[in-house]
Design a protein around this ligand. Structure first.
Ligand SMILES: NC(=O)c1ccc[n+]([C@@H]2O[C@H](COP(=O)([O-])OP(=O)(O)OC[C@H]3O[C@@H](n4cnc5c(N)ncnc54)[C@H](O)[C@@H]3O)[C@@H](O)[C@H]2O)c1
Length: 320
């Protein structure tokens, strides 16, 4: 059985993806890593080691001693955090990926997963149903690093045969962990505030439409892409994938049936400009054609699932 290394496993995506990998392949097959020792507490169900992805020697040694064949490289600085620390974001997002690609080339890693983002699109990209090959002019460091990263992935595939696969995730929404410094974090936070405080101040304006995806769909898409036969992967930069599109006012409305007294106010901050530069909806026909991608969750189904499950992970009272 192939041994899997997850890098940046302690984050919003890694917390859920690592669990899904253990459920699918067994705990012996998965090694979770993060540079934060504190992440260890999340992995009582599989092995955990600290690993800083900037340390290429440490990565090489782990790949050899653990006989790693598959890598999920998730460590990154996200859009909003990236704008506060642009050079640091560039360094981590680029050097981290290049370390993984180089090690994959050197030690003949079987497959790599690396997430890109809708942040690769920019103010002059098509906003509605943004095509796979849309014009791209990202204006955040995060988006620039993801676009460059996509081309590095394609380069390593074409030049060295490294089987690296990638998805342009939209905003990811899950209930098992908090969001990690992105522009779509409001759509995670709002559920917590509905339980905790009965009111929420949103950092994006009422009608800001963005592409979003429920974490269960994101995990499903990731596993499906990684399972797809190599010859079915026609995109070696990164695939557009789509789940749903909504604005803050719509997620608020979806919560009102569970929390009738819930209140929302709007105080857009610097993240509004980032959101305004991104697509409102995504055309994911290529992913559908190549490896049969199909999302299962819309906004109503997602809210029902989160409201039911969030209290199991955080210390909130369940809705009666
Ligand atoms: N969450 C989203 O909405 C979203 C959307 C599009 C793409 N993505 C991409 O998915 C991936 C995971 O995102 P996330 O939301 O889980 O992010 P996150 O910020 O929640 O998690 C990132 C993890 O990486 C770890 N990390 C940071 N620097 C590291 C280093 N030097 N070495 C090892 N680990 C390090 C952090 O400790 C953290 O646990 C990222 O590549 C991100 O760009 C996420």
């Amino acid at each position: 059985m192939s041994k899997i290394l997850v890098i940046g496993a302690g984050g919003q995506l890694g917390t859920e993806l690592t669990k899904a990998l253990v459920n699918k392949y067994g705990k012996e097959a998965v090694l979770a890593t993060d540079f934060q020792e504190a992440a260890r507490s999340k992995f009582d169900y599989c092995r955990f080691e600290t690993l800083n992805i900037m340390d290429k020697e440490a990565l090489a040694s782990m790949v050899q001693t653990e006989n790693i064949q598959i890598i999920y490289h998730l460590a990154a600085i996200l859009s909003a955090m990236g704008e506060k620390n642009p050079v640091q974001a560039w360094d981590l997002n680029m050097a981290g990926l290049l370390n993984v690609l180089e090690i994959a080339k050197e030690y003949t890693i079987e497959k790599i997963f690396w997430p890109s983002s809708i942040a690769v699109f920019g103010p002059n990209s098509d906003k509605e149903n943004t095509p796979q090959r849309a014009f791209k002019d990202p204006n955040t460091v995060y988006g620039i690093s993801k676009l460059a990263g996509e081309h590095w992935c394609e380069y390593y595939f074409n030049k060295y045969g490294v089987d690296v696969r990638s998805l342009r995730y939209p905003g990811l929404i899950g209930y098992k962990s908090l969001a990690g410094g992105g522009t779509t974090d409001y759509a995670v936070d709002i559920y917590h505030k509905a339980f905790e405080q009965g009111k929420y101040e949103c950092f994006l304006s009422e009608n800001t439409y963005l592409p979003m995806m429920y974490m269960k769909d994101a995990i499903q898409a990731t596993l499906q892409l990684m399972d797809a036969p190599k010859e079915k992967i026609s995109v070696r930069t990164s695939y557009n994938i789509s789940g749903m599109s909504f604005a803050p006012t719509e997620i608020y409305q979806s919560l009102l049936s569970y929390f009738p007294d819930f209140k929302i106010s709007y105080a857009p901050d610097f993240r509004q400009a980032i959101a305004d530069s991104w697509p409102k909806s995504i055309d994911d026909r290529v992913a559908k054609q190549d490896w049969n991608w199909e999302p299962a969750f819309d906004l109503e189904k997602m809210t029902a699932d989160i409201v039911e499950n969030l209290p199991l992970y955080f210390n909130y009272n369940a809705i009666k």
